[in-house]
Design a protein around this ligand. Sequence first.
Ligand code: 8GP
Length: 855
Amino acid sequence: VEASIPEPQRAAWKKFQAHGFKSKDEFEKEVVRHVETTLARSMFNCDETAAYAAASLAFRDRLITQWNRTQQRQTFSDTKRVYYLSLEFLMGRALDNAMLNVGLKNARTSSSLPLILKLTASAEGLSELGFRIEDIIEQEHDAALGNGGLGRLAACFLDSMASLNIPAWGYGLRYRYGIFKQEIVDGYQVEVPDYWLDFNPWEFPRHDIVVDIQFYGHVRKYQDEAGKQVALWEGGEIVKAVAYDVPIPGFDTQATNNLRLWSSKAASGEFDFQKFNSGDYESSVADQQRAETISAVLYPNDNLDRGKELRLKQQYFWVAASLYDIVRRFKKSKRAWSEFSDQVAIQLNDTHPTLAIVELQRILLDQEGLEWDEAWTIVSKTFGYTNHTVLPEALEKWSVPLFQNLLPRHLQIIYEINLYFLQLVERKFPKERDLLGRVSIIEESQPKMVRMAYLAIVGSHKVNGVAELHSDLIKTTIFKDFVKIFGPDKFTNVTNGITPRRWLHQANPRLSELIASKVGGLGFLKDLTLLNELEKYADDKEFKKEWAEIKYANKVKLAKHIKTTTGVTVNPSALFDIQVKRIHEYKRQQMNIFGVIHRYLTIKSMTAEERKKLAPRVSIFGGKAAPGYWMAKTIIHLINNVGSVVNKDKDVGDLLKVIFLEDYNVSKAEVIIPASDISEHISTAGTEASGTSNMKFVLNGGLIIGTCDGANIEITREIGENNIFLFGNLAEDVEDLRHAHNYGSHAMDPDLGKVFEEIKKGTFGDAGAFSALVGAIEDHGDYYLVSDDFHSYIQTQALVDEAYKDQDEWTSKTITSVARMGFFSSDRCINEYAESIWNVEPLVPEDEGTSGLGK
Ligand code: 8GP
């Protein structure tokens, strides 16, 4: 129901319009107001948690007013919007980011642009109220609605879309439990639930925006009076989707986009009173619980598909609610359906939202009465699909019987989409019998399966990979047939990027400040290519000194974190070697820890004189294993066991320390990444689609050791071969090597063999615990080519040791690298999507003052 205020009364509204605080004093006033009213506390019982809550609520109010204006502007100007559908948004903390993005206005007015923006109005305000801003920021619980790279990419994209004034909404699920918290107990990973919604000031419940979502039931087909075939999806059950909005502020703009997360709720109110009254309490709450289960938990798998019914329910629930919302908004514009794709671009973040294609076709056919072809033309012009992996175990497939039961009408539509598609293939390639079976959306297996990636390709106008090598690989391997059918132009590449606001300015404020002092202020946070101005300081003595001091300070900070969380003392002058990411065999943390063992054995065999020449190293690991992924858990176990042996070996002392950091997440990444000297991105060539932490590490003045995989290749092209340590076999040779393992002879690398012997001796605890890990390499084909790459890995690590001895040269390399990282901003990436896939234009707020930041 529209409830618009009549014209004559609008003047009063305008006069009293909320605007949120505009100065430090107003900010303080808002904080105090929230403490005293919203939180019902006072200055006599305001702890840091309450101060965090109040400061966040003050910022949220501000964001909501900006958000309102942005939405009005977008509605009135009637521009095309982007809808980014992602089951994961790994946002991390919000307050720090809100202060940076919103706080800018205040900072800008002062004559000498303060470089650490948040340390202006909000920091001073909090300090006047008796709090330290750093402590307040630390109170916030990460919003961890994602597993890893895919979810964090979505979060970086939201930041860039808002900062570039692109009218965009994110749509996702409001999980009650985000990714589990990881505890390490006796060297093993233990999962603990992440109940993050206890208090979340960043969301705005919209109890008036509720959508009914249908499941199960059956389809009735009949002819209407005009003789037209109609399909009716009837029966089954209804669950309600309730909207929660999270404002997404842009940097240096008033534009504030929206992330809408859906939460599930039972359709029939609290519980069934009749059952309750008749004493059947349990089943009266069962309906409610069953409904709420849908959005209860994020599936903790990264690069792995499990095909669970509840997951499919989540996908449809989220997709149906989002499409209802998008279609409703479009219908308000009163435009013809043929204009839908001029107003709406929907991006599918991986295949998880692929049902949106089917759902839109269903709405247009069954509810709006369009003809098939007309509807399908609209649908296929609207969607774009991003693929994030070529790993076969991650490609989604749903069993047809499961589909039939849960979404009977959708299955019919999928069959029809497939029929028309296969007819097209048959017309184009009449002689190629095998082709039909290969590209069919329905796999003829037992049971039959719906291949979601194929459906996504058929229903989208563009398909993209996330780094050059990856985009080439999807065209030549998993989607090869589709390139032949649709032509190469449907397939494109958009290399991933990261937001420099969070991953440089927020995570590494001192480095950002130093950079700003040389490149003409903070404008580089909006145009990252401005970093190239830094290159001329790569040999500047004074500059290098400051640069190195900042790195050292960041390492001291991480060393403190290590001490408090693990009890181990590490020397901040040692080389910090970091690998943090989800634990997966293809990412090869096992190779890293085998390399560490090799180093340990080497040290043990050295004379005291030889040891003196060695560069001390701290090997730092972090990352979660999917709860059901035993091999990944075994790798964590081995790392911890190696750590407990090495770290107390007096013989070794500071020369080697091995640390596993518990519960790696976004806020920890902000501490860990700025502290690296070298970081590891060592996946088997061809398996890591892009990687994004590689970009974060280099941008923070760390070098990397890596394989020719994912975005490592483009990083090398940008920063130069001399500034990166590449090793290992190439993607093009992987197939042959695997073939040779299985059918030829597979000789173990001798150094790796020695490492295995040591493990088998029980040096790192019960050898039986690690036999599967060793066996996968020795006896079962070494699918990830650990043995093939081990020698080159060890040699390259020795080059790292050598290079690190020349600190002066090392620092120059890091400065040059940072100067050349401009390409990897997610702003560049979003601009590419906007131009080549979405065809959307920015909508710049009119009331925007000149920022002095340029561009
Ligand atoms: C990840 C890729 O593994 C990583 O290389 C890339 O940087 C990131 O996506 C962002 O593009 N892929 C996934 O997390 C992934 O595919 N997850 C599940 C859908 C299988």
